[in-house]
Design a protein around this ligand. Structure first.
Ligand code: URP
Ligand code: ZN
Ligand code: ZN
Ligand code: ZN
Length: 517
């Protein structure tokens, strides 16, 4: 093979029309350590047409193939961020990161797919909202994306729309809120969970007791506590834990699998875990919850303290981040999102005199992978394989994208990160790729740097150089009745195959349940 350097110089990346690049780029990644959820191997990976076509040693590949030498580096499945809010109108304003800036930043950090939330305004039809979000993302996103759909109210129409979304629009998850003024009451949650179960979808829940929060907030404001510290004081841990418990109890009545988004505290995790023996429950925590904490709400600078406001809030208990990391290690929690929902200083200032008006949300889409590596792998709490599980594989399994996504295997999409665990970078709003003017991880030095990020076979981060293409990503259907959620016994047959002979496409299609292009 040509040496990497020479090959790099001779690859006419700029001259090839963008729409042809993915199909024309043949790529061989050599000498790396391939990390999957279940094993770590030394194998080369050959990619063509956006798909992993061969894996093994001494592969026979066509001439003219670009070679990337990954010696000494890990080769990871691209990150899947199961929780983002891009181009989101919320609390009277709109997030600064949209589907272009957000996915561009995602790729810079090693994430190659996002699952964002369609958010209907109160009373708006789910289908109209879905089409709006498709318009926001289609032609803009630089990597693949899927959608969860939020229920901002409950009605028979909502119930019908859920069915249409699952049957015709590739949606398999719905988020219900137990806080905010669009929260559902227990009987509405019951009906919504019941419908999720009927359809083979996953019920997601924002678990905080909204009624208690509203009363607490009134009392705090009346006492003159108007700053960001009031945000956390109005929503203490038990208010989260109570809602987690209640959601699990309701889900159990109708035998509905439940996914609790943004689990932020020890007591909420314990509440969730107490139901894991009798109900199918999944817990997601956030990069924010591992990489920072609630002490920042008492910072004297408003931009700094308000910059950390999200719901549920970061916890003042300093043992929380480490405890959550340990829960991820022990499979008490299964995955890690960013809940990326970014607002600039001027937007956060809408709540200057009243913490209830601070737009809720923080960054994390770009830095999630590095923060988890630093807090989890670098500290020795989790292995590289567990890192892959919680940042990619489990999201792919739960949302029925596996094994097309979430693993490095023959037949899977070539969404791949070449990860240098020996390199470090220091996170800063000055250098990040997101549009937002603040970073909750400011100054944090992380081991683990994405050096190459391959998105559907295209090298979009090339030796540290970001070369994304607006609109390169596609919407990906998430089919209902995910085997991992609804029929775990079937998972064995989905295990990635280990063969070098890729000519047997019949076998691959059968094994992977996907159509090869
Ligand atoms: O504060 C947050 N989490 N903002 C985004 C909306 C949500 O509840 O996920
Ligand atoms: Zn939420
Ligand atoms: Zn601080
Ligand atoms: Zn969110």
């Amino acid at each position: 093979y040509l040496s990497v350097k020479k090959e790099k110089m001779s690859t006419p990346v700029k001259k090839v029309p963008i729409h042809l690049q993915s199909s024309q780029n043949r790529l061989l990644i050599k000498n790396g350590t391939v990390v999957n959820e279940e094993d770590v191997t030394e194998e080369d990976i050959y990619i063509e047409d956006g798909i992993i076509k061969q894996m093994g040693n001494n592969l026979i590949i066509p001439g003219g193939t670009r070679v990337i030498d990954a010696r000494g580096k890990y080769i990871l499945p691209g990150g899947i961020d199961p929780h983002t809010h891009l181009d989101f109108e919320f609390m009277g304003t709109r997030t600064v990161d949209n589907f272009y800036s957000g996915t561009k930043a995602a790729i810079a950090g090693g994430t190659t797919m996002i699952i964002d939330f369609v958010f209907p305004k109160k009373g708006e039809s789910l289908l109209d909202a879905y089409y709006e979000y498709r318009q926001k993302a289609d032609g803009k996103a630089c990597c693949d994306y899927a959608f969860h759909v939020c229920l901002s109210h409950w009605s028979e129409q909502v119930k019908r729309d859920m069915e249409i979304l699952t049957k015709e629009h590739g949606v398999n998850s719905f988020k219900m809120f137990m806080a905010y003024d669009f929260m559902l009451n227990d009987s509405e949650l019951y009906s919504a969970f019941e419908q999720c179960q009927n359809l083979g979808a996953i019920a997601q829940v924002h678990a905080e007791n909204g009624s208690i929060i509203a009363k607490n907030a009134q009392r705090l404001l009346a006492r003159g506590i108007t700053g960001p510290e009031g945000h956390e004081m109005s929503r203490p841990e038990e208010v989260e834990a109570e809602a987690v418990n209640r959601a699990c109890v309701i889900a159990k009545q109708v035998n509905c699998p439940l996914y609790v988004v943004h689990v932020m505290s020890k007591s909420a995790t314990e509440a969730l875990y107490s139901h894991s023996g009798s109900t199918k429950v999944f817990g997601e925590t956030l990069a924010a919850a591992l990489g920072t904490d609630g002490s920042h709400y008492r910072h004297e600078c408003f931009q700094h303290s308000a910059g950390h406001v999200l719901s549920p809030p970061l916890r003042p208990d300093p043992s929380t981040p480490l405890a959550l990391m340990n829960y991820l290690a022990q499979d008490v929690l299964q995955l890690i999102g960013s809940d990326n929902c970014t607002f600039n200083k001027a937007q956060k200032e809408m709540g200057k005199n009243n913490f209830t008006k601070i737009p809720n949300g923080v960054n994390g889409l770009e830095d999630r992978m590095s923060v988890v590596w630093e807090k989890g792998v670098q500290t020795g709490i989790i292995s590289p394989s567990r890192f892959v599980a919680i940042t990619s594989t489990n999201a792919a399994k739960i949302f029925n994208l596996y094994p097309r996504k979430g693993c490095i295997a023959v037949g899977s999409d070539a969404d791949i990160v070449i990860w240098n665990a020996g390199a470090t970078r220091t996170i800063s709003a000055q250098t990040h790729h997101q549009a937002v003017d603040f970073n909750i991880f400011e100054g944090m030095t992380c081991h683990g740097v994405a050096e190459y990020v391959i998105v559907s076979g295209r090298v979009c981060l090339d030796d540290g150089q970001l070369r994304v293409v607006e609109g390169y990503g596609h919407f990906v259907d998430t089919p209902v009745f995910a085997p991992f959620v609804y029929n775990p016994d079937e998972m064995d047959s989905l295990k990635p195959i280990k063969i070098n002979d890729v000519n047997d496409f019949d076998l691959m299609e059968k094994t992977h349940k996907i159509k090869l292009v």
